[in-house]
Design a protein around this ligand. Structure first.
Ligand code: IPE
Ligand code: IPE
Ligand code: MG
Length: 231
């Protein structure tokens, strides 16, 4: 059976995982980051070619500065600790989101990691940072308008042409979208790319979501009947 070609994950519940244990929210983000490594290992094992990881949304700037700082410190720590391993295992790191607003050190490490992992062919890991679907779509519309006015083409864009202006235009559509921690919403994540995604929600928080949970999600994916509007 064909595995999902693109899994997207809204990694939610770090805060609740921590506070229910009397820990700080930052400790929850640390545990969530540790889980990310386990998830990447398992995606490689299951030969899933693309994963999109919602790590920081355009709305997450509303959080306290200390928490935002802790999250980006963890992004930096994750890259410095795992870059060599990612290169060795054939993980290609790409990013979706406007990096101009994130801390300079995070941006530099991310750009370096994107460059050093660019030849990875086993798993594309799309890190969504300062990502919001509405801003991605608005930006695409603006860029398309600029392109249109300089090319004087008469035809409106096809979906494929329009998608060229997304952060990661070459990734396949999302086959399955997983959200942890019980929230039943998309929170501005990949509204276009998930148009026909199978949605999978679980009560488990992100730090608790392990390999066997991913396997269960994949099994559930295989049980779904995908129709894409047909019969
Ligand atoms: C998800 O966990 C991680 C980020 C949004 C960065 P949360 O921090 O949203 O955890 P909860 O939802 O408060 O439990
Ligand atoms: C979505 O989670 C963003 C990430 C997981 C990075 P949130 O915790 O920010 O979403 P809401 O606020 O519950 O919608
Ligand atoms: Mg949350």
């Amino acid at each position: 059976m064909k595995v999902p070609q693109h899994i997207a994950v809204i990694m939610d519940g770090n805060g609740r995982w921590a506070t229910s244990r009397g820990l700080s929210r930052s400790a929850g983000h640390k545990e969530g980051t540790a889980n990310l490594e386990r998830l990447l290992d398992h995606l490689l094992l299951r030969r899933i070619p693309v994963v999109s990881l919602y790590a920081f949304s355009t709305e997450n700037w509303r959080r306290p500065r200390t928490e935002i700082h802790a999250i980006f410190s963890l992004v930096e720590e994750f890259i410095t600790t795992h870059l060599n391993k990612m290169v060795g295992e054939g993980v290609r790191m790409v990013v979706s989101g406007d990096l101009s607003r994130i801390p300079k050190r995070s941006r530099e490490l991310l750009l370096d990691a994107i460059e050093k992992t660019r030849k990875g062919i086993r798993l594309t890991a799309n890190f969504c940072l300062n990502y919001g679907s509405r801003s991605e779509l608005l930006r695409a519309a603006q860029e398309y308008a600029l392109w249109y006015s300089s090319h004087k083409t008469q035809r409106p864009p096809t979906e494929k042409q329009f998608q060229k202006f997304f952060w990661q235009p070459n990734l396949p559509d999302i086959d399955m979208l997983v959200r942890t921690a019980g929230e039943l919403r998309l929170s501005n994540f990949m509204l276009w790319q998930a148009a026909y995604a199978e949605l999978y929600f679980t009560e488990k928080t992100w730090p608790e979501f392990g390999a066997e949970d991913l396997d269960e999600a994949i099994r559930e994916f295989h049980r779904r009947k995908r129709k894409f509007g047909g019969l």
